[in-house]
Each structure stands twice: as structure tokens, then as C-alpha cells.
Design a protein around this ligand. Structure first.
Ligand SMILES: [Zn+2]
Ligand SMILES: [Zn+2]
Length: 250
């Protein structure tokens, strides 16, 4: 069995969406290797500067992780020392473009005669030229895991289908992505995904309506089952994917 298949099987045994778990793990692996060995790697740094840092979520994840695991957040200090100098340069460029720096007299006169009220204040200098590298890695990994999952579910052996049926299944976003990337060669896997989701969602819908019914005045004495108590959690996981940072806490 390949390493990917082993990762997939392990993820299917955990609560929540398996692809959300695998994506979070890939991102974490990337972040750890960044902090261990790639802070000064030129291509890595180049991307970090082009993307003007990471997205808000990964900015905090990397900052807090280094503090927690390494004690001294030197990698982050090096990154943001560089980034802040770049942003300072960009802001200087923007200020000049807006005409907010010291102007020769004829320019000031020109502006008084012809105010540039039409000119937008948007700072294109602050636009990132690349997406967050960690998000990009996460997206690549979820695409390849989804392709693997569909191939395994379409295969002749039952072990993956059994493992998938016993799991909590894909969240809505990953189901959509998996189907979008699938073709007729993995049609039986796609069909299996849709059928198991329909069954699971049917049960979820029933549990949610029972929760609702038992919350009304007339039926308030009927005890809610464990499945009904967890129904909203399951609905949130299906709609929003695994909760950030705490994949196994439920
Ligand atoms: Zn997911
Ligand atoms: Zn990100």
C-alpha cells in the first residue's frame, strides 16, 4: 500500500472530513519544514515577499507555532523584518504616486487648478502578486488526495469503500471539489460518494428535525438521543469542514 493510501486510511478513521484532516496535516508539514530549514531559502522567501506574507489564518498559525514549539520565534522575526522593509518601500512609492510628498511649486499649482478628485486612492502597491504559499500547498494536497480517494473508491477491492462508509465522510466543499475534478474513469467512486452522502444526510436531516420537534413545548418531555444532540455538530462539520485547530476534539 502506498504512503498516500495509508494516510487516507488513517484519516478515514478520524472524526470529521478526511480531506480536511489531510489538508491540515500537509499545511502543518509545510510550516514545520519552513521553520526548520527554509526561512532563508531564496525561492521560499521570494514567494513570501510576492504574496506580501501569508493569509491571516496562516500568519497566526506560523507565528504561534514557532513560539510554542521553538521557544524563540527567530524565523518569524527574520521573515517580518524583510517584509516590513518591503512594505515600507511600497508605501513610499504609493505616497509619491498620490502626490503626498513634497511637490515643486508648479505641481502644487496644477493640483489647485485641476484637483484630481477622480483619482482613486486604491493602493495597487499593496496588492499581493501571489497567493498565500501555505494555502496553495493545502489546495494542491487536497486535490491530489481527492483524486486518490476517488480512484480507490472506484477500484476492485472493497476495503476503501468499507473504510469510507464507516467514516463521517467528506464535507460539502470537498465533495464538490472531488466531483468537479472527477471524470468517467472514476464514475463508480463518484457515485459511491454521492450515495453515501445522501444516506448520511438523510439521517442527519431526520436527527435535526427530531431535535427541532423535541424542542417545542408539546414534546419537550421526550428525551433527545445522543445522535440528535450531536446533529448540529455534524451539520456544521458537513457545511463548514472540520473546525480549525481542533480536528479530534469532538
Ligand atoms: Zn473537508
Ligand atoms: Zn493561507
Amino acid at each position: 500500500m502506498s504512503l498516500v493510501a495509508i494516510y487516507l486510511k488513517l484519516a478515514l478513521q478520524r472524526p470529521g472530513c478526511p480531506i480536511c484532516h489531510l489538508r491540515a496535516e500537509s499545511e502543518l508539514r509545510y510550516i514545520r519544514s519552513l521553520l526548520w530549514e527554509s526561512i532563508n531559502d531564496p525561492p521560499t522567501r521570494g514567494h513570501f515577499i510576492r504574496s506580501l506574507g501569508y493569509c491571516p489564518e496562516h500568519t497566526w498559525q506560523i507565528g504561534l507555532l514557532e513560539q510554542e514549539e521553538f521557544g524563540v520565534p527567530l524565523g518569524n522575526v527574520i521573515l517580518y523584518e524583510h517584509l516590513s522593509s518591503v512594505i515600507l518601500e511600497r508605501l513610499a512609492l504609493y505616497t509619491r504616486r498620490m502626490g503626498w510628498t513634497h511637490q515643486p511649486w508648479w505641481r502644487r499649482l496644477l493640483q489647485a487648478i485641476w484637483p484630481r478628485s477622480w483619482q482613486p486612492l486604491a493602493a495597487r502597491e499593496l496588492q499581493p502578486e501571489a497567493p498565500c504559499r501555505v494555502c496553495q500547498m493545502g489546495e494542491e494536497s487536497e486535490q491530489s488526495y481527492l483524486a486518490w480517494l476517488l480512484r480507490e473508491l472506484s477500484g476492485p477491492e472493497d476495503q476503501f469503500r468499507t473504510a469510507y462508509a464507516a467514516s463521517e465522510g467528506l464535507c460539502l466543499r470537498h465533495l464538490r471539489q472531488g466531483l468537479a475534478a472527477a471524470d468517467r474513469t472514476v464514475e463508480s467512486g463518484a457515485r459511491f460518494l454521492v450515495e453515501t452522502t445522501r444516506q448520511r444526510l438523510g439521517t442527519l436531516h431526520h436527527d435535526l428535525s427530531e431535535f427541532e420537534r423535541k424542542s417545542t413545548w408539546n414534546y419537550r418531555h421526550e428525551a433527545k438521543t445522543e445522535a440528535e444532540k450531536m446533529a448540529l455538530w455534524r451539520a456544521l462539520t458537513f457545511s463548514g469542514g472540520n473546525p480549525q485547530g481542533k480536528p479530534d476534539d469532538n
